[in-house]
Ligand binder design. Structure first.
Ligand code: ADP
Ligand code: MG
Length: 242
């Protein structure tokens, strides 16, 4: 019997790009259904860590477990994860429905199952009226909803988001923040969300991991990060009361 305590476990993770060491002996346990935000300024290694979890980069040392499975050397498609990037690469020649169902058709899922998953994703993301449109006829916010939908239909345990809202204007960002929060409450999946935006982190996260130079400086609830920063770096970064 496997005892499944954590959704994602990262053990002593090192990652080098050539001579440059970007992640340093990183350890992180993420709970089932947790909304974990990786927060830090540009270049601190957030995307690199997310890409290691996704299996898009070969790590130099350490181990990664997802839902109790050692996936350190598993292909991205074998990891039970769905990923949403900053720029939404939709297939321009396909409708929204086509974009949502493409991966499922490739995976040869039965048609009724595909229809069910697409309908559910369209419902939770409120893009049902857009299903027959092509990406060119969508706004930036609508396109990003479709991009999130493409991850949702995969029905995975863990969703990875890399600054999914950073190309949108402030109003849309605020709207989609609310939707992401609602989505998480509805789906109860584990979410790992990368951002450099403190407001986004504070409003979305169950816990925030503050990163600097490929290390985690503090891992706590938003309230604790703000009111009980564990070091000067976190206090300065968050702008905690003195
Ligand atoms: P963040 O997402 O926090 O902005 P990244 O993970 O993208 O940071 O980058 C962390 C560090 O790794 C930076 O110094 C960046 O220049 C470097 N880096 C990222 N990707 C590569 C790559 N493919 N090759 C070499 N260096 C890289
Ligand atoms: Mg990044």
């Amino acid at each position: 019997m496997t005892l499944m305590t954590h959704s994602v476990e990262i053990r002593d993770l090192d990652l080098h790009f050539g001579e440059l060491q970007v992640l340093h002996q990183l350890n992180l346990d993420i709970e089932q259904g947790e909304f974990l935000v990786l927060l830090g300024s540009s270049g601190c290694g957030k995307s690199t860590l997310l890409n290691c979890i996704a299996g898009l980069l070969d790590i130099s040392d350490g181990q990664i477990f997802i839902q109790g499975q050692n996936v350190t050397w598993a292909e991205p498609s074998e990891r039970g994860i769905g990923m949403v990037f900053q720029s939404y690469a939709l297939y321009p020649q396909m409708t929204v429905e086509g974009n949502l169902s493409f991966g499922l058709k490739n995976a040869r899922l039965p048609k009724p199952e595909i229809a069910k998953r697409v309908a559910r994703a369209a419902e939770v993301l409120q893009i049902e009226p857009l299903l027959k449109r092509k990406p060119a006829a969508l706004s930036g916010g609508q396109r990003q909803r479709v991009a999130i939908g493409r991850a949702l239909v995969r029905d995975v345990d863990v969703f990875l988001f890399d600054e999914p809202l950073s190309n949108l204007d402030a109003k849309l960002r605020a709207d989609l923040r609310v939707e992401l929060k609602r989505l998480h409450q509805q789906l109860a999946n584990t979410m790992i969300y990368v951002t450099h935006d403190q407001v986004e982190a504070m409003t979305l996260a169950d816990r925030i991991a503050i990163m600097k130079g490929g290390r985690i400086m503090q891992l706590s609830s938003p309230d604790e990060i703000y009111n009980r920063p564990q070091n000067l770096y976190v206090a300065g970064f968050i702008g905690s009361p003195a």
